[in-house]
Structures are given as C-alpha cells and as structure tokens.
Write a protein that binds this ligand. Structure first.
Ligand code: TMO
Length: 317
C-alpha cells in the first residue's frame, strides 16, 4: 500500500514536471527566422551553426546573403531577423545607428573579445623586415620592404573590402603622417588576404594586411600593429582626426525587436548563446584551413559540440 502511494505520488510528480517544463517555453511561430550571411568564414559557418540550433528546436530558418553595413537597417525593418557577429570596429556605428532609429535590440555579447587591425605575419617580425614592430612608429622606417607592383614605390597596406572599415585606414595613414611612405589598397574579398599571406611567405617578402581575431590565423601567429589607442569619437567619421587604432572590441548579437515575441524559444536560445575565441577560430579554420564547405563545417561543429550548445535551448538551465 505504502509502495503504491509512493508510485502514484512520483507519477503525479513526473506529470507535473513535464507540464511545467513544456509550459515554460512558449511556442515559436513557424515563420522562418532570417539569418544573414556575409563575406568572412566564421560568420558564414556560425550562420549555419545557429540555424542548425534553431532547427533542432523545431523552427524554420532562411539564409540571405546581406551587405555588412545595410544589414542593420534590414534587421530594423524586419527583412532580416538577427545578426550573430556584430564586430565593434567595423559595424558598431551601423548597429547603434539602427538601434537609435528604433527596431533593433542588443541581444547580448559573445565571450570572445575582438580586434580588427592591420598587422604582419609573425615571421615578418622575426625576419627583421620592420625593426620596432609591433609599435606603429616602426612604420616610419621600413616601408621599402613592403613595396608591391601596384603601390607606386610606397609600402602597401592590403586592407579588407572597403565595405568593412570604410576609409578608416586611408584616414589613419594621413593622420599619422605616413602618407608619403604608405598607401592603402582594398582587397576584393577575404580570400585575397589569405592568398597574399601565402604568397608573401613563399617569396619571403614583407606584407602588411588587415586581419582580425578570433580567426584561423590565431593559431599560426599573426602580429597586430599597435597604433595610438582607440577612443570613442577618434575617427574622422565620428569627428576626430583619425589618428587612432581599432578598439579592443566586443562581438555582439543583434535582433529585430519583434523576435522575442514571435519566436520566444529561439530568442531565449539566441540571447544565451555565446562563443569563445577558440570556438570562433575553429569555425573559420574548418573552411580556411581544412577547406570544408560552410554548411558541412557547421554540421561538423554542431555534432562535435552538442554539450556546448544544447543547454542553451533548454529553459531554466
Ligand atoms: C568584420 N571582420 C571580422 C571581417 O573584420
């Protein structure tokens, strides 16, 4: 008799628990969550990683290739639902402009700190091609080791696509008094940066390129140049003289303001998810070193890291 009561009680308890936990998460709309893809590897892999996480909780997702600056306006108007890699240096301004207009929310910050800056592969420092690096003042004396066929006798900075940092680097060269020795050229895409790294290494010649962390290059050694510290307002576009380096920055997540209401389960998951520097570096490496397709890389990452992401999908953990 006692046993039966116990069994009954525990059955009632289990049913109550099940009811509570299924009620704790409201049902998401079946409308697709629109996730943007951009033009660097970790971002595209992470798009499919997050899409895969949303699908695992029963949601529908759609991917759109989007402009890296205009995407914040698209999130504001609801054409795009989220952005999962808002890098402070390149996109902070567009992100806050869209927040200020109304309709974009800050959905939290990744664990990883970021830097988006000019630098050299560490072997360039070791080879003594610019004595005094990583301090920027070293650039006053070494430009001859960084001349390329397209640089008109000046040292070349190979910037990323102009859609990332705008005129920040050309402004900086002028503001620091380096314009008679250095010139900025914009790469067509990230792959041109990695091709330049490989060919400079093969030829043993100096190269200054734009790069960032977290990235796959963290593993093999990349030295960022140390410019005068960043302060809000120091850039030309923000009213300053432009003589500052990039911020030691944050990596945020953005969402349309309706997303928490239309997809509460997905939003809870998205607001909690946070990736570390090695995790983001690994997402990039699967594509840029292992040469995997972005979607396959995401599948592999999800399979290898269930213990990392599954808890984010569960309420009250
Ligand atoms: C936005 N990016 C990480 C390429 O600098």
């Amino acid at each position: 008799m006692k046993n039966l009561t116990k069994k009954l009680l525990s059955a009632v308890f289990a049913i109550t628990l099940a009811a509570v936990s299924s009620q704790a998460i409201a049902k998401d709309s079946s409308k697709p969550i629109v996730i943007p893809t951009h033009n660097w590897s970790s971002q595209v892999v992470m798009a499919y990683v997050i899409g895969g996480i949303f699908e695992s909780i029963g949601d529908n997702v759609k991917y759109v290739s989007a402009d890296t600056q205009k995407v914040y306006e698209s999130i504001r108007t609801g054409d795009v639902t989220i952005s999962h890699e808002v890098w402070q240096s390149t996109f902070g301004k567009s992100f806050y402009n869209a927040i200020a207009k109304g309709g974009v929310i800050d959905a939290g910050t990744h664990d990883a700190m970021t830097l988006e800056e000019m630098g050299v592969p560490t072997w360039v420092v070791e080879k003594g091609l610019c004595p005094g690096l990583p301090k920027w003042e070293a650039l006053k004396k070494c430009h001859k080791n960084f001349v390329t066929p397209d640089s008109g006798g000046k040292g070349r900075w190979l910037e990323g696509p102009q859609s990332w940092h705008g005129d920040v680097m050309p402004d900086r060269i002028k503001a620091l008094g380096l314009a008679d020795k250095w010139v900025v050229k914009f790469a067509g895409g990230a792959d041109a940066l990695w091709a330049e790294l490989a060919s400079a290494k093969k030829e043993g010649r100096g190269t200054v390129i734009f790069n960032w962390t977290p990235n796959f290059t963290d593993a093999e050694g990349f030295t960022f140049i140390e410019f005068p510290p960043y302060k809000d307002g120091c850039r030309k576009a923000d009213g300053g003289d432009g003589s500052c380096g990039s911020p030691k920055g944050w990596l945020k997540k953005a969402a349309n303001y309706k997303f928490p209401k239309t997809h509460p389960h997905a939003y809870m998951t998205f607001s909690r998810l946070s990736f570390t520097t090695p995790q983001i570096g690994a997402m990039a490496a699967l594509v840029d070193i292992d040469k995997m397709d972005h979607k396959d890389a995401a599948k592999k990452w999800l399979k290898d890291n269930e213990a990392v992401w599954k808890p984010w999908t569960k309420a009250g953990m």
